[in-house]
Design a binder for this molecule. Sequence first.
Ligand code: MUC
Ligand code: MG
Length: 379
Amino acid sequence: MAPIGEIDTFIVDVPTIRPHVLAMTTMRHQSIVLVRIRDADGIEGVGEGTTIGGLSYGEESPESIKLAIDTYIAPILKTCDPTRVGLAMATIGKSVAGNHIAKCAVETALLDMAGRRLGIPVSELIGGGRVRDRLPVAWTLASGDTGRDIEEAERVLTARRHRIFKLKIGKHAVRDDVAHVAEIKRAIGDRGSVRVDVNQHWSEAQADLGMRMLQDAGVDLVEQPVRRGDISAMARLSAKHIIPLMADEALHGPLDAFAIASRAGARIFAVKIAQSGGLLPAHAVATIAQAAGVGLYGGTMLEAGVGTAASAHLCATLPSLEWGTELFGPLLLTEEILAEPLRYADFELEVPDGPGLGVTLDADRVDFYRRDRVAPRLH
Ligand code: MUC
Ligand code: MG
């Protein structure tokens, strides 16, 4: 084996194309954590660990992801055989608890290196390999303004980019949020699927009211209406309502997947590589869902090109992906960090087919946007 020579972790801050209004924060930029790993033979892999809104979404921040990799994970990784990705991650797991997004970034880089070494796409290294080359991809309408959201929906429908729409709610009173959603659903009609994400902001009673009203408005699913630890409430809501409940924040890997599936806490799982701790545990989450008859959706932490490509490789291996994906992260950013952008056409994302992740960073742009850049920015 060629041992690991270099591990470089850095944060890249990129503005969003418009404010992205979620119940817990309004994003105006995304902080992307990238890790570049090179072995002694010069084979390089890249991974991304990205969260939403600093510490407002979850327990890891961009800064803590970088710190976990540099201070705790990198020294262990340097003692591992980088060709044995599962073993390297298990070794790291013995000394590093939690920190799933940091682990996901590192695992992604190792898988990218492995794929490049073998000359095959990462999707061929997961489960039974790739079963699809294109993924249906949703868009999130979250400008904070109903009219602007409708204009945005019309624009992406006409461009044949998206026909699945996720609306971010939970910030306002239930009836006001439902009125906003119903107006958008009326405008879109049968041309698209409308779903909502409450990001844990409802009590069980609010969720009961909201789910009934959203079902009447023609909405297709409700994502994480109540707080992540309350599987009992998720199970009661799932049993009571026809509109399906999708678990997101409640799912941090296979153990959560098993707990939720065995208690019938959700009818759909948003499978996220970041929250799961990497592509390999995310695949296990999906396997548990499939065994339990739970539907699958490819979720995002609004990653840029590297994390989105990695998620796409995972989703490409899932035999059933009934609810599609939301792998649109790069489209929310003003700057592309890949040398060649991911391709979106005909309502789908093309899964890259080159070796490894099949994507390369635009080195100059990434250097320009690095938070730790030394030279001053002139524009
Ligand atoms: C989430 O909670 O699902 C995914 C799409 C989006 O707009 O926000 C994210 C996070
Ligand atoms: Mg969500």
